[in-house]
Write a protein that binds this ligand. Structure first.
Ligand SMILES: [Zn+2]
Ligand SMILES: [Zn+2]
Length: 372
């Protein structure tokens, strides 16, 4: 592609294509003179298939939607739902990606919240129906008909995406898009669950797991004013955990982590990020009075707990998923104010398959991010 001019919508001008004077105008197909502008996206052609880098026409946003020029998109483990077809009723081809940072490129009719050029993000929650009983109660995050970015509509593994205006969050100017992107899922999940945990500043909060979610959970917990215990397996993460803001590190391979938490009075909240139901089960006895275990690491095998473990001390186990666009906006603003940032490894869009494999291998240094 030549570095020619684009109009305000990114459409290519005539000169971009170098149509030469030797082509007489009457034989020029108008589509060749000013073809629909194209974008590259990375799609999953069908469940379980390899990623494909393809060119598509840049779509116009329908009413109530915006077009976003994607600057960065995080690669999340939940993208495997799209890759492997784990979500019922998925349509293919589908572009994954629900950790999107970009710029408003065009607005559809009625999408008056947003203006062109504004920096924004899109997360997992891709909008609600607004009409069901849950929505009428104002609980949009729990709408049973909620759309999911990259699952119900094409997500951020591309140069552009279309998003419902209600799914868009404002991104502060000072945030690097590649660092903002993981905050749209891993960030909001840890921040939003912690801030609703009931733990107050100075309370003991444990963060189990020091991976993609946990390394953000530790930072958010510290900046929210908690006393932070990081829990990992083995001694190797101790230095990193303290660098991220943990006041203390508990090696669950060498000690009984629940007993260690009890020595400190019991945790007011345990943010369980590592996807191990066994590890979560072993930590329940680390909860203090009115303590809550926030389950964000997704597994399908059961957590084991006896009712008596919960009754005494009125303890709870609660699942949590990310939140709505305004929760994302709060997360981004808090990250900007407090300096919380993900640790990332960047991959160019064309290497999405490599980045995804790297993330699935567990070798990514916390979050892999695609950049366009
Ligand atoms: Zn995610
Ligand atoms: Zn609803």
């Amino acid at each position: 592609m030549t570095a020619g001019a684009r109009d305000s919508r990114g459409k290519l001008t005539f000169l971009d294509h170098g149509i030469t004077p030797s082509v007489t105008p009457e034989y020029v197909n108008p589509g060749e003179i000013n073809p629909m502008p194209k974008m590259r996206v990375v799609q999953v052609p069908k469940a379980g298939a390899d990623f494909e880098v393809v060119e598509r026409e840049i779509p116009d946003p329908p009413a109530g939607h915006v077009r976003i020029r994607v600057l960065a998109c995080g690669i999340c483990h939940s993208d495997s739902y799209t890759k492997e077809g784990l979500f019922p009723g998925m349509a293919y081809p589908r572009v994954p990606g629900h950790e999107v940072a970009g710029v408003i490129d065009e607005t559809g009719a009625g999408a008056t919240t947003w203006r062109k050029g504004e920096r924004v993000g899109v997360g997992w929650h891709g909008g609600q129906d607004g009409t069901c009983l849950t929505c009428r109660r104002g609980d949009f995050a729990n709408c049973p008909n909620a759309q999911i970015s990259g699952i119900h509509f094409d997500g951020g593994y591309g140069e552009y995406m279309i998003a419902p205006a209600v799914a868009v969050a404002r991104m502060p100017e000072s945030l690097d898009p590649a660092e903002a992107a993981p905050l749209m899922c891993a960030g909001i999940t840890t921040f939003n669950s912690l801030r609703h945990s009931g733990a107050l500043p100075s309370d003991l909060v444990a963060v189990q797991g020091i991976g993609g979610l946990g390394h953000l959970g530790i930072q958010f917990a510290r900046k929210l004013g908690y006393k932070v215990a990081a829990i990992g397996r083995g001694p190797e993460n101790a230095v990193l955990a303290q660098k991220l803001g943990a006041h203390l590190y508990i090696d669950s391979a060498a000690t009984n982590a629940a007993a260690e938490l009890q020595k400190l009075g019991g945790a007011r909240a345990i943010l369980a990020t590592a996807p191990s139901s066994k590890a979560m089960s072993l930590l329940i006895d680390g909860l203090g009075p009115n303590g809550i275990m926030l389950v964000v690491g997704a597994t399908a095998d059961p957590i084991e707990v006896a009712p008596t473990q919960l009754i005494r001390g009125k303890k709870r186990i609660q699942g949590w998923y990310s939140g709505t666009a305004t929760d994302s906006e709060d997360t981004l603003r808090f990250a900007e104010m407090s300096g919380v940032r993900p640790m990332i490894e960047k991959f160019p869009l064309a290497k999405a398959a490599e980045g995804y494999a790297h993330m699935m291998s567990g070798k990514a240094q916390f979050r892999a991010v695609l950049t366009t």
